[in-house]
Design a protein around this ligand. Structure first.
Ligand SMILES: [Zn+2]
Length: 332
């Protein structure tokens, strides 16, 4: 890096070298990785449901084959139509990508900013292809730098947890239908039953909880992680806004006591209200503070990982009747 670039780049003093990545990866593996290669912050249902998907004959093979084709195609499309964040193009996004990767102990991912006004970010990843993250310009415009950190951290969580193959298929089925896959891919996937598609969605919703935890680990504070999620509900309209999370919890109570909640079985993501509650639960978990001891306060609640997962299940499972008994009384 020459002197001029060094002055212009906000990450001039940041070590994004491969050696630094390897050192960081080793340290994280020793401290935070379980024997099964899953990081310790992962939501238990994510791993349990993924094992069930793995046991469905042929599913993983087909998912990986379809996804690796899609990832290659999308990478070419992004190269044509989007801007890749570098130390000198969208350096703020590049810097956040470096920070999140270092925090989680993964390689720095490519991040593309694409012209699309909808608030969305996603990851293209397959177990044997280099992953990359896509940010819509609308999301970049409406999120604060702190909120972007939580969102990019979430996407890095998908990479770290090897969600690529199943996640891509679940998202395509849920959002665009089999026709989006086209030709042979659609044919292969159509042999799987509706039951398998619902199982993919169910796992995907659990995987999102895992990645919201990665987002919180990468964020500067709880508020950024919650407000990023809330903006996905109201669109992040410009101007000052106040979000009352107690009233969002009331909305969730209504949502959970109504039979229309079963429609969510068709969704690949939990609703934002559910995700907000699950993020708040992780903020009261010992595992979070193992990653972020700097955020621990004298009055921080430190529940075990197991208890945290049990409490999250009550917000995430569609069969639960209501939320009042979970956070309500003890936190009032
Ligand atoms: Zn996600």
């Amino acid at each position: 890096m020459n002197e001029l670039t060094s002055k212009l780049s906000p990450i001039a003093d940041m070590d994004c070298s491969f050696r630094s990545y390897l050192n960081s990866k080793k340290a994280h593996e020793a401290a935070h990785m379980k024997g099964n290669g899953i990081p310790d912050y992962a939501y238990g249902m994510d791993y349990e449901l993924r094992k069930k998907l793995d046991s469905i004959p042929g599913l993983y093979k087909v998912a990986r084959s379809i996804t690796s084709t899609i990832v290659h195609q999308q990478m070419q499309i992004m190269n044509q139509q989007a801007v890749c964040a570098t130390p000198t193009s969208f350096p703020d996004v590049y810097e956040i990508g470096c920070e999140c990767a270092r925090r989680l102990g993964i390689a720095v991912p490519n991040i593309f900013i694409v012209n699309d006004q909808t608030l969305n970010a996603y990851t293209y990843a397959c177990d044997d292809v280099e992953p990359f993250i896509v940010l819509h310009s609308g999301l970049y415009e409406r999120m604060t730098p702190g909120e972007l950190k939580s969102i990019i951290g979430h996407e890095c969580g998908h990479i770290q947890n090897y969600h690529g193959s199943y996640e891509t298929i679940a998202t395509l089925i849920a959002q665009e239908g089999l026709s989006a896959l086209g030709g042979l891919s659609a044919f292969f996937l159509s042999v799987f039953t509706t039951g398998v598609q619902l199982a993919l969605n169910s796992w995907s919703r659990a995987a999102e909880v895992t990645c919201d935890r990665a987002g919180l680990i990468c964020a500067d504070n709880l508020e950024d992680a919650l407000s990023a999620e809330a903006k996905l509900m109201y669109g992040g309209a410009f101007g000052d806004h106040k979000i009352d999370y107690a009233s969002i919890e009331e909305q969730l109570e209504l949502q959970m006591s109504n039979a229309t909640k079963y429609y969510e079985a068709l969704y690949s993501h939990p609703t934002s209200a559910r995700r907000i509650m699950a993020i708040r639960e992780f903020y009261e978990c010992q595992t979070f503070y193992d990653w972020r001891p700097d955020m621990r306060k004298a009055d921080s609640i430190l529940r075990s990982h197991k208890e945290c997962d049990e409490r999250c299940k009550k917000f995430i499972n569609l069969t639960e009747e209501g939320t009042r008994s979970k956070r309500g009384k003890e936190n009032e």
